[in-house]
Design a protein around this ligand. Structure first.
Ligand code: AKB
Length: 338
């Protein structure tokens, strides 16, 4: 049975990942989060630790108690919150990740085997220079426009490189090269939409916010223009991508960080689908010029052909199926509405 550490376990991706691992079985999950577990996740893991990824003694204790095979490092401050608190974002997103990579490499060296490290990166690592360039480029690959304009995007891009260093070059001048290594694997997620959790501090949050406001009958002032287009994904597909990449034989992987994509609607197309389900709902557009500028620097779509060919990535949810098969049934159940 694989022993798995999940940081940020009480977060949006964490909820879905713990659920998926409990359903699949075969994992002993040690969950770590700054906040106490929601009732929906408390019983899905072997152990839930309330603690901080900046607490190095705590991480050392966990590594002494559990021989982790895999680490899903989900804890992070998202883009909008990171712009409001950039130094805190660097501490959590970078120093926190460094702490987890140190835990992984020391464990791998002690055990003499690899420790798989799954890292959710983001489309925020991309930075298109203008809205015109964004529209002209359309779908972009992993090597293009790596010029992020947010602290979060810079954090994510740097931590991708940290992961590559810990996997390939860590302490490269040492006389001995131990057998145990970190097997770092990153995924650049688009905006994620969950039916069961509400977003916290992302710039892509306008999509889930529309849905959750409408399902509660709450008016919504959308902070982006109607023509704003970025890639999105239903949360179950994001979880499936992490689980599938974690299980892939390392020989299949041609890169350490992958794009994944599902659908790229405009805000107006999302509004249309939400309104079709909740006709009485009222929504206005009140663009926040500064948050809009961040979205105008993110790509319209990303090329995920490497993920599809290397480890069999394929989304289950396109836009229609995401709404009809997951989002609308999910929010109706969550808020008890028809
Ligand atoms: C955010 O909006 O910050 C995140 C992301 C796109 O990585 N959801």
């Amino acid at each position: 049975m694989a022993t798995v550490l999940v940081t940020g376990a009480n977060g949006e991706i964490g909820h879905g990942l713990l659920q998926a691992m409990a359903e699949r079985g075969g994992h002993r999950v040690i969950a770590l989060d700054l906040h106490a577990p929601d009732a929906s996740v408390r019983d899905l893991c072997h152990r839930f630790v309330v603690g901080d990824i900046l607490d190095v003694p705590l991480l050392r204790t966990l590594a002494a108690e559990h021989d982790f095979d895999q680490i899903f490092h989900l804890a992070a401050l998202l883009s909008t919150k990171s712009e409001r608190e950039p130094t805190l974002a660097h501490q959590v997103n970078v120093n926190g990740t460094l702490n987890l990579l140190e835990l992984a490499v020391s464990l791998a060296r002690r055990l003499g085997r690899s420790v798989r490290f799954l890292y959710p990166s983001s489309i925020a690592v991309y930075g298109l220079p203008s809205l015109e360039a964004k529209r002209a480029e359309g779908r972009i690959g992993e090597g293009a426009h790596l010029a992020p304009r947010t602290m979060y995007g810079i954090n994510k891009l740097y931590c991708e490189q940290l992961g590559r260093y810990y996997s390939l070059f860590y302490r490269q001048l040492d006389a001995e090269t131990p057998r145990g290594k970190v097997d770092f694997r990153g995924i650049r997620f688009p905006g994620l939409i969950s039916a069961v959790t509400v977003p916290t501090g992302g710039t892509s949050d306008f999509a889930p916010e529309m849905l959750h406001h409408a399902a509660q009958g709450q008016p919504y002032a959308c902070f982006v223009r109607p023509d704003t287009r970025i890639p999105f994904m239903a949360m179950p597909d994001a979880v499936q991508a992490l689980v599938r990449l974690a299980a892939a034989p390392v020989e299949r992987l041609s890169r350490q960080v992958y794009n994944v994509a599902s659908f790229s609607p405009t805000a107006a197309e999302l509004e249309h689908r939400v309104r079709a389900a909740f006709p009485a709902w009222s929504m206005t557009y009140e663009p926040d010029v500064k948050r809009q500028a961040i979205l105008d620097s993110w790509p319209e779509d990303t090329d995920d052909s490497a993920a599809r060919s290397d480890w069999g990535w394929a989304p289950e949810y396109d836009l229609d199926r995401a709404f009809d098969g997951y989002l609308l049934p999910g929010v109706r159940a969550r808020y008890g509405v028809a």
